[in-house]
Write a protein that binds this ligand. Sequence first.
Ligand code: 4NP
Length: 162
Amino acid sequence: MEEVSSKYKVLFVCLGNICRSPAAQGIFEHIVRENGMTDRIIADSAGLYGGHAGQHPDRRMRTAALYRGYGLKHSARQVRSYDFRDFDLIIAMDDQNYEDLMHIAPSVEDSRKIRRMASYFTTHKISYVPDPYYMGAEGFSLVLDLLEEGCQNLFDTIKAEL
Ligand code: 4NP
């Protein structure tokens, strides 16, 4: 049986873990599946705020994602210190997420696992993934545009290093 520990593990993190990070997880898992790499790479997502723990992704995000072919299935959870031990890479959606993760990283070595999602953007000229929670449908669509590009480039980067 394949050992989970032998896989490369990516954790996507936003504030609530009901909009951006579960969408990033769903898109990234889709790319991993399409490339036949499910035995090598796995993903999860979590939020810095634990108030939505146990909830499914926001209905508006599920609808927008499904329209593009991504069925989002996730149960929200809060980031925990074990995540810095268990994951190889931790991807923050915005600057506040990045700062908060840096703050709770148990060690300097752990903090080196944290990256901004925007660092994987190539065509989009924006330095973060905006929180769509208080936006209309166009906000969710923009987030998916950003995440599709970021997740593809992230996947390519990881694949090249495996
Ligand atoms: P997310 O969006 O961080 O992309 O999951 C949010 C969802 C809920 C809240 C904030 C952001 N909230 O404060 O309830």
